[in-house]
Ligand binder design. Sequence first.
Ligand SMILES: C[S@@+](CC[C@H](N)C(=O)[O-])C[C@H]1O[C@@H](n2cnc3c(N)ncnc32)[C@H](O)[C@@H]1O
Length: 245
Amino acid sequence: MSTVDRLRAAGCVFAEDEAALLHEAAVSPEHLEELVAQRVSGLPLEHVVGWAEFCGQRITITKGVFVPRHRTELLVDLATDLNPGTVVDMCCGSGAIGAVLRQRLPKASVYAADIDPVAVACARKNLTNVFEGDLFDALPRELQKHIDVVVANVPYVPTDDIRFMPPEARDFEARVALNGGTDGLDVLRRVAEQAAYWLKPGGHLMSETSTRQAHDALAAFTQAGLTATVVTSEDATAIVGILPA
Ligand SMILES: C[S@@+](CC[C@H](N)C(=O)[O-])C[C@H]1O[C@@H](n2cnc3c(N)ncnc32)[C@H](O)[C@@H]1O
């Protein structure tokens, strides 16, 4: 059976495209067999080939790490438009957001942080200044009150909804990358509360959310003292907050 047929039989919708990428990634026929077997077993394509395309850039992705979604490109565009001098990719996962911002904003100082050591090791393959720890605790203290923009694509799936996610996410991305607590907003609330101590006056915090959660996410930003709005574009929803000057 050809690679395309095996992928199609396993339920891969874009079997031709995936087969081409697996052939490109393989260094030998044995390696190709290994890669196809991994994909057929359900491993996300990005984990099999070791990279994902995000904002036109190839981002290294290691197994277990959250695969950046195209809808998150909205956050990158919003942050780019602000032309920040200092920007933090909070809850960075692979560091996809920070890596694109570093490329788009060569004069900016870009920092990134994540609590998951596997994600931190992956992000360090994509950018420098990556710190490990719980939210802002990970960052150097001297950044307090010196950050222009925090981009935080936090986990926001309600705990009980994780079981309804596609198996590729549910079974192969770290639980800490998905689980947002009972209503999905636990981490977002903590980021919003802490951001006031780290942003410059007039600085911005932006987070992705879902349409369903947008009302409560907006309230969380407002309660944390930020002047906040909801921004939508195609399938993406973001909350953008400004710390009053
Ligand atoms: C939805 S993923 C987003 C990853 C990346 N920003 C992206 O868009 O591809 C959320 C990330 O938040 C991290 N995370 C979860 N809780 C955290 C915490 N308390 N402090 C720092 N990072 C956290 C997870 O390890 C995961 O990498």
